[in-house]
Design a protein around this ligand. Structure first.
Ligand SMILES: Nc1ncnc2c1ncn2[C@@H]1O[C@H](COP(=O)(O)OP(=O)(O)OP(=O)(O)O)[C@@H](O)[C@H]1O
Ligand SMILES: [Mg+2]
Length: 284
């Protein structure tokens, strides 16, 4: 399922004194089955952009074509419900949206809402609570009894339970401890590589971009600054400097070695490759 964005602009509070142009003439194509990062400074328009991917926001100008369905300013797309099922969107801080009496009911809500029987919905809820590592002894407890990290995992299970082809995650690891963030990223990587889902992750974490993503889309002040392979992205020295993006430790080390005169390191993205190439050059 591809996502195509054509000349998309979005204005908050149009025709009021609070009018704010959050996206300006965005053009973009996201191929299916990829795992892609959307990066950019706070306020650059990342959340506004991804909320268009399941028609939560409609364009002020331009259009999106998602799975062949057009989304424009004039019309809600036909089959909106199907689109919302095909593109599962996990909000920034999704734990604020937990509302059911029990954890199990909360996760089952989505599938039931999209037509699953009670029994199917509960089975899906159990399956995805297991996948996000929530113990069965917690299923009948209130979501309010959980820690912040557990709440986040329950909220994400609620979207996973829709079994969408495309998953859009708005800063899914923000505020999690390193182990929690690692497990979450492993899960998204698994969903992409093993279950063939398209995964779009809004993130500020460049280590995650380096380790898990294939492509990077860069937003700046509501405009696309580029759409790169991960390898090309970490070679955009001018752009990275302008955006004041903190580089992963490995890339910082690589760049220092290049400054010291080591050659052939520009495409290196793993520690193994870096060690190999540097030792080969030292041995020359
Ligand atoms: N509901 C709203 N009403 C008015 N302006 C808004 C609204 N939501 C966002 N904006 C503005 O639109 C711009 C883009 O916001 P957006 O939330 O998309 O940025 P972001 O890149 O997701 O930022 P962050 O990294 O902080 O989550 C910002 O200038 C923001 O202040
Ligand atoms: Mg945001």
């Amino acid at each position: 399922m591809s996502i195509k964005v054509e000349n998309l602009s979005y204005i908050y509070n149009h025709n009021t004194p609070f009018e704010h142009s959050a996206l300006k003439d965005i053009n973009l194509e996201i191929d299916s089955k990829k795992i892609i990062a959307i990066v950019g400074a706070t306020g650059s328009g990342k959340t506004t952009l991804v909320q268009h991917f399941n028609a939560l926001l409609l364009p002020s100008k331009g259009k999106l074509v998602i799975n062949g369905k057009e989304i424009t300013s004039e019309q809600k797309p036909k089959g909106l419900k199907q689109l919302r099922k095909n593109v599962g969107l996990v909000f920034q801080f999704p734990e604020y949206q937990l509302f059911e009496e029990t954890i199990l009911k909360d996760v089952a809500f989505g599938p039931r809402n999209f037509g699953a029987s009670e029994e199917e919905a509960l089975a899906l809820a159990k399956k995805y609570l297991n996948i996000v590592n929530i113990e069965e002894s917690l299923f009948e407890r209130s979501p309010l009894d959980l820690s912040g990290g557990q709440k986040r995992r329950v909220a994400i299970a609620g979207i996973l339970a829709l079994e969408s082809e495309t998953l859009v995650l708005d800063e899914p690891t923000a505020g999690l401890d390193p182990q929690g963030a690692y497990e979450m990223m492993q899960l998204f990587s698994h969903l992409n590589k093993v279950e063939n889902k398209t995964v779009i992750i809004v993130t500020h974490d460049m280590e995650h971009v380096l380790q898990y993503c294939e492509e990077v889309i860069v937003l700046d002040k509501g405009e696309i600054q580029g759409h790169f392979s991960v390898s090309d992205f970490f070679n955009q020295r001018g752009l990275l400097k302008n955006l004041a993006i903190e580089m992963p430790a490995l890339i910082q080390l690589r760049e220092r070695l290049i400054e010291y005169g080591f050659s052939n390191l520009e495409t290196v993205l793993t520690m193994e490759e870096l060690v190999l190439k540097v030792s080969q050059e030292v041995a020359k």
